[in-house]
Design a protein around this ligand. Structure first.
Ligand code: KIV
Length: 272
């Protein structure tokens, strides 16, 4: 087996735009190895994310902050080998994009060594220029807004973001600026349902939500949460798909189906 990942995905950012334009929901889950990646791909999941959540669910850390470029590249290579159809999105770890030069260097490593077809970075004002540069260089990019786990210590915990008028209108402005800068996908984490809806309706960029209610274009969850094997407290916005399924494959298929038909997420998984 080659150590060089070879991207084979047939889902691209263009497909996601088409889904949005035609009102079709798309699905995403995290994966950290080839076996699970193949199960997700086979179930029809559109976007497989090698998230830095691997620090918590695979490495047993308390936050995503210690995850390194080498960790992400290793897991990305293994996931890439399991995929045939799904688009491979890969997280840029904490402090791997502190400057534009460093961001370009590391995004290019994720694509060349890790097989990433789109990279994801957590949003901050500094990242607008980066998204523009990525776009100029032909690097597909997803900007992660709302709850950004890499700023855990600045945020003072994992909390719903955008609940007051000021932060809500800033998030909408950020989304519009990111669209203008060329972001290919926006990801909203732990955002009130109405705000997520407003952002989704205001941009033509596809919006993926996690804890952002049902009115976004696609949904993403942490795989180990839906399989009910994540260590620690259960997140309110996730759902245990093993409850009514005897096989992991069936659980993934049920998640995929429920996102597409709008059954998931329901009110109990959304924030007001
Ligand atoms: O790291 C991750 O798994 C993520 C998801 C929570 C969206 O960024």
């Amino acid at each position: 087996m080659s150590s060089q990942a070879s991207p084979k995905g047939v889902v691209t950012v263009k497909n996601l735009r088409k889904y949005k334009a035609t009102g079709k929901k798309f699905t995403s889950l995290t994966a950290y190895d080839a076996a699970f990646a193949a199960v997700l791909d086979e179930a029809g999941i559109d976007v497989v994310l090698v998230g830095d959540s691997l620090g918590m669910v695979v490495q047993g850390l308390d936050t995503t902050i210690p995850v390194s470029m080498d960790d992400i590249i290793y897991h990305s290579q293994t996931v890439a080998r399991g995929l045939q159809r799904a688009m491979l999105m890969v997280d840029m770890p904490f402090m791997s994009y502190a400057t534009e030069e460093q961001a370009l260097h590391n995004a290019s490593r994720l694509m060349k060594e890790g097989g990433a077809q789109i990279v994801k970075l957590e949003w901050g004002a500094l990242q607008l220029g980066m998204v523009r540069r990525f776009t100029e260089c032909g690097i597909p990019v997803c900007a992660h807004l709302g709850l950004t786990p890499q700023t855990y210590f600045k945020m003072g915990g994992y909390k719903v973001q955008g609940r007051d008028d000021l932060t809500a209108s800033r998030m909408l402005d950020d989304a519009l600026a990111l669209e203008e800068a060329g972001a290919d996908v926006l990801l909203l984490e732990c955002v009130p349902r109405e705000l997520a809806k407003k952002i989704t309706e205001s941009v033509s960029t596809p919006v993926i939500g996690i804890g952002a209610g049902p009115d976004v274009d696609g949904q993403v969850l942490v795989l180990y949460d839906i399989l009910d094997i994540a260590p620690g407290k259960r997140t309110r916005f996730s759902k245990n798909y093993m409850r009514n399924n005897g096989a992991i494959q069936d659980a993934i298929k049920q998640y995929d189906q429920e996102v597409r038909d709008g059954t998931f997420p329901s009110d109990e998984h959304s924030f007001e």
